[in-house]
Each structure stands twice: as C-alpha cells, then as structure tokens.
Write a protein that binds this ligand. Sequence first.
Ligand SMILES: Cc1ncc(COP(=O)(O)O)c(C=O)c1O
Length: 376
Amino acid sequence: MSAVATRAGGMTLSPIRRMAVGAPAGTVSLALGEPGWPLPDAAREALAAAAAQPGPLPYGPNGGSPELVAEVAALHHCRPEEVMVTAGSQAALFALFQAWAAPGSAVLVPDPGFVSYASLARLCGADPVPYPLAAGGDLDAAALVDALAGAPHTSMVVLNHPANPTGGMASPAALRAVAAACARAGAVLVSDEVYRELWLGRPSAGLHEAARQGAGVVLGSVSKAFGAPGLRVGWAVGPQELLAPARVVHNAMTTAAARPSQDAALALLRARELVLPAAREQVRLRWDTLARVAPRLLEVGGGRPRAGFYLWLPLPAGVAEDTEAFALRVRDESLVTTVPGTAFGERGRGHLRVSLGGAPDELSEGLARLAPWWEA
Ligand SMILES: Cc1ncc(COP(=O)(O)O)c(C=O)c1O
C-alpha cells in the first residue's frame, strides 16, 4: 500500500467522535452538536413526495435546484446568483477553503472554535492561526484586527457567531470593524452563521446586514434551526466572484447536494414562519431543563447564552487532571459524554462543551449525571 498523502496524514478522528469510541454501555451523550427534536413535517412530506415520484432521479443542477436557490436568496435578501447550495455548510466551508486558502498563507480561526476550520486550513496547506475571543466567547474585533496585523499573509478569516462552542455573539459594530480590516488586508471573510436563527432573546446580527453584501461570504444550513442535519443541505451567500471558484470545487467534490434533500430543504425554508419559532421554543425548553435539573451548571456556565444550545462549562475548582482526562473520567465514572474544550483549540482548556440539543429525557438524565461533579 502506498503512503497516505501528506495533506491527509495529520488528520485524526474528530474529538467528538473520539469521546464516543470506547464509551461504556449505557453512556448518555451530551456531546453531539445537533438538534434532537423531530424533523419538521414539511420536510417529511417533501421526502415522501420525492420518493413517490415515478421515473428517474436525476442529478439536478450543480449549483442547487433553482427553487431552493431562490428561497435561500429570499431568506438572505440577496440575488440568486449570490447563492451556492451545498451538501451541508461543511461542504461550503470545504469548497471556500479550497478556493481561497492559499498554501503557505494564514487562515485566522476562532479559538475556541468549531473543530473543522483548522483541519480545512491544513488540508489546503495553509496555517490555521487562532485568534482569541472576548469573555463569554463574543467576537473581539480589536483582538482579531491585531491577529490580522500579526499575520501579514492572511488569505482568509473565519468568524462564527452565534458561536460553537461558546454561544458567543458578534455585535454589528464588531462585524463592520472586522469586515473593514479584511478588505484592507485583502483577506476573504467567511462568516459562519449556521446557528443564527436559534436566538433566545432577540435576533442575532448577521455580517451582510451589519456590513454589506460584498463584505464576505455568509454560511447557512438546515442542520440546526431547521432541525434537519441528516439532509446535508447548506449554503454560502456572497459576492459572485468569491463563490465562482468554490462552485467548481463543490462540483468536483460532490456534483450537487442530494436532490430529495434539496426538496425537503425547500419545504423547510418555505415553512420557516412555523419551523423557526418552533425550533427556538425547543431550545428554550432545553435551557429550562438545565435550570430545573442542574441549576448549578447553568450558574457556573455563565447563565443562558443569547443563542444556540451549547453550555460552555468551566471545569470544577480543584480538578487535578487536564481537560481531556477529566472529560474521560466523567464519561467512564458517570456514563455521560461531553466534549473537552481543548478539542476547540488551546484556549478551550479548562472547559467542557455540553450540548443541550438532544432528546429531552436523555438530556435530563445526562445533566443529572454530570451535575454532582460541580456540587462539591
Ligand atoms: C459552527 C458550525 N459550522 C458548520 C457546521 C457544519 O454544519 P452542516 O454541514 O451540517 O451544515 C457545524 C456543525 O456542527 C458547526 O457547528
């Protein structure tokens, strides 16, 4: 057998999956970052209708079905030419990185931040350069602009708000400041907004609304607020010239998102006036569950965030082991998995990410198992 190509050689299983491997029987997972509420009926009906269609099931256009593209454009108040439908926002990230993260250049990624950004940069032969966030995980524009100044060959800057794993947000002013700095530096700005619709109090800011449509590429998905991660449908919205090379990569990678999934995504988007408030209610119920079952964890984790379903939990005082060892001990002694904060970057040390997204009874059980570690 020949050797693994260098670019894939350093890749390992995602830390989230790693926590699952070897978990004792009966372990409850609070690790997976996905909604555990039922797929909305609109998607079910569209999938059934797709299955009932006689005749062939063709590929469909590379850039996504025209109806879905039009609906995403309506959601984002942009033109259809500014939309690229992809196989999950993950495929949009992959395509954008391949298109714009130049080998040897820096890609600025949040720390702590979504695990994929650094791997995708490395796959392009680029260097992921972590930038710090403000307390609570909010975007700290000054820190990011500093990081940009310290990395002169930056090809791409990635933002994530509301953030995984911290639940942090970005203010319109911070987004404008970062957009202006990226424009000056000639860096492509990618704003991952896949959790945007899962706000708890008031709507979250978006890059395009805060700055302008030309400021960068915004990512969206049906995986979180639309409750349909298994469909694998997402999108990138931005200037045509930024999307054009990414479209070619996405086409080479996967031809097009699965057609029945696109039909279901279209139905979800068309039903958004029902689907999104219902999803926000599901998220609110889960934070209520946390407040009821494990109020101490809510307090230690800084209270309810302004969006999303992640609790970013500092380790209990006096814990001697490192973050990953502690997460494994909790898993093996209390039969509940979380994600060690180090999975999200060096600045995640000393934290666990607890996902509240799952099914309510599993969530209650998992939280009840977790809470005693903080009740010394
Ligand atoms: C911040 C962030 N971006 C992107 C993704 C990828 O989502 P999908 O490919 O399902 O749209 C995830 C999934 O967990 C995520 O947390």
